[in-house]
Design a protein around this ligand. Structure first.
Ligand code: PLP
Length: 453
């Protein structure tokens, strides 16, 4: 039996808004939805809504006794857009929060409409095959010289860091995690969740782990250690000295390249030298990669290490099904039902290729370098250090309450600047908008300088 392409709305006894996501039904909603997004953005008129949390209008009633019908979609979309911190606005630049690409958003609609679930092959035949192609290609990108690398799709860097410590523990027993003070907070949470000792924190210089301090920390630990190094810190985009760290020979080395992994698409991938020695790597395509959240990757140098993730449930991956050739998907995630995030990634990788993605990463890095030049040239501003990736850390010279200045710009709806505690408190621009140039940020630098006067 085939379903008509434009299968009509719901059966007469059900509400009209109960149509399923057939192409025809979705097409009818998309036009009004896109108009509502444009309307909402125009009403907002800046990178975020002015007036803070109290100024956001709520939905009239989220669970009415009787629904309002399909118009709810445009209503919610307008509300969302009017109240968004929109990363497609260049002045929304606080976090590793990227404006997604149209190709990724459109492809993600296919994933939503078909709803493959990645826990068994019989729910996701082509989605699971696409995921394999994506994970194979990205594992190879992380580990070009490894015999058999592999990778899993995760929800992001936090999840990937958890996987890194999990596999380290499965291989080496009760490991002690060791990382820089610059490491992402998720490392400590992962240790907590896995019942491991709290990470031993190593001192940094310029937001990079000091190898001598790491060596001393390793010498002080009895039993196995897992080192987590950071390739692109959240605060400043700094890259730990990976070759020196790898040379210290921890039992397990996990490199958190959630941010810096984007360099793999560029000619500057040499900045990640040493990463090939890591047992595992975290990479986030919802940062450099321009995917809608979630799009995380966890790569391992040796596919065999992933066997520790194996799980069985007769209804999903019975031995006889696996022996008959059906792929066993359950061991490829800690989740069961799981969105096919690989679909949007596959469309993006194919649409842009490595060079295309590399050009976007380079565009952001160039803009950051030119913005840093402008900060250095402005006597009213101080630059923390030259950017290594696309983060510009700066502040007004002289007395300034940086935290209050940041909140004022938020409250006025004028700019979303980040904050970074690096010694003192600094402002931060995390530049992930691939179409901007430094000229887009010069008025923002002036605004900051003026606000501090
Ligand atoms: C963003 C980031 C994370 C967290 O990633 P999520 O995708 O937000 O879970 C971890 N580590 C680093 C270095 C990051 O930049």
């Amino acid at each position: 039996m085939s379903v008509p392409h434009d299968a009509p709305a719901a059966p007469a006894q059900l509400p009209g808004a109960a149509s399923l996501a057939t192409p025809g039904a979705v097409r009818g909603l998309i036009g009004p939805l896109l108009d509502a997004l444009a309307d909402g953005a125009a009403a907002r008129g800046g990178p975020l809504p002015a007036g803070g949390p109290d100024a956001l209008g709520p939905l009239a009633e989220v669970l009415p006794e009787h629904g309002v019908g399909v118009g709810a979609v445009a209503e919610v979309a307008r509300l969302l857009a009017a109240g968004s911190a929109d990363p497609a606005d260049p002045w929304c630049a606080a976090h590793l929060h990227c404006p997604p690409l149209a190709v990724a958003v459109a492809a993600d609609l296919a994933a939503s409409a078909l709803n493959p679930s990645m826990d068994s092959w019989d729910q996701a035949p082509s989605a699971s095959a696409l995921e394999r192609q994506v994970t194979d290609a990205l594992a190879r990108l992380c580990y070009p010289d490894a015999a058999e690398p592999d990778a899993l799709i995760t929800t992001g860097g936090s999840d990937s860091n958890l996987h890194g410590l999990l596999l380290a523990r499965e291989k080496h027993g009760r490991i002690t995690p060791v990382c820089g003070r610059n490491a992402h907070h998720s490392v400590a949470r992962a240790a907590w969740l896995l019942g491991l000792p709290a990470p031993l924190l190593v001192d940094c210089a310029d937001d990079r782990v000091r190898p001598a301090a790491l060596a001393a920390a390793l010498a002080s630990v009895e039993g196995p250690v897992a080192v987590v190094a950071t390739a692109g810190t959240t605060n400043s985009g700094s890259i730990d000295p990976l070759p020196e760290i790898a040379a210290l020979g921890a039992d397990w080395l996990h490199v958190d390249a959630a941010y810096g992994g984007g360099l793999l698409f560029t000619a500057d991938r040499g900045l990640l030298a040493g990463m090939e020695a890591a047992d595992s790597v975290a990479l986030d395509l919802h940062k450099f990669g321009w995917q809608p959240i979630a799009a995380g990757l966890f790569a391992v140098r040796e596919a065999a290490d992933l066997r520790a993730m194996a799980a069985s449930a007769d209804y999903l991956n019975a031995d006889d099904d696996t022996e008959a050739g059906l792929p066993d998907l359950l061991g490829r995630s800690l989740r069961t039902s799981r969105r096919p995030d690989a679909v949007k990634i596959a469309a993006t990788l194919r649409a842009l290729g490595r060079h295309g993605l590399g050009a976007l990463v380079e565009a952001c890095r160039t803009t950051a370098a030119r913005v840093a030049d402008a900060v250095e040239a402005n006597p009213e501003l101080e630059l923390w250090a030259r950017p290594e990736l696309s983060t510009v850390v700066f502040r007004p010279t002289g007395e300034c309450d940086v935290a209050a200045l940041r909140r004022r710009l938020l409250d006025e709806g004028r700019a979303v600047l980040g904050r970074a505690r690096l010694g003192g408190l600094w402002l931060k621009l995390t530049l992930l908008h691939p179409h901007t140039t430094a000229a887009d940020y010069l008025p923002l630098l002036d605004l900051v300088a003026k606000a501090a006067r």
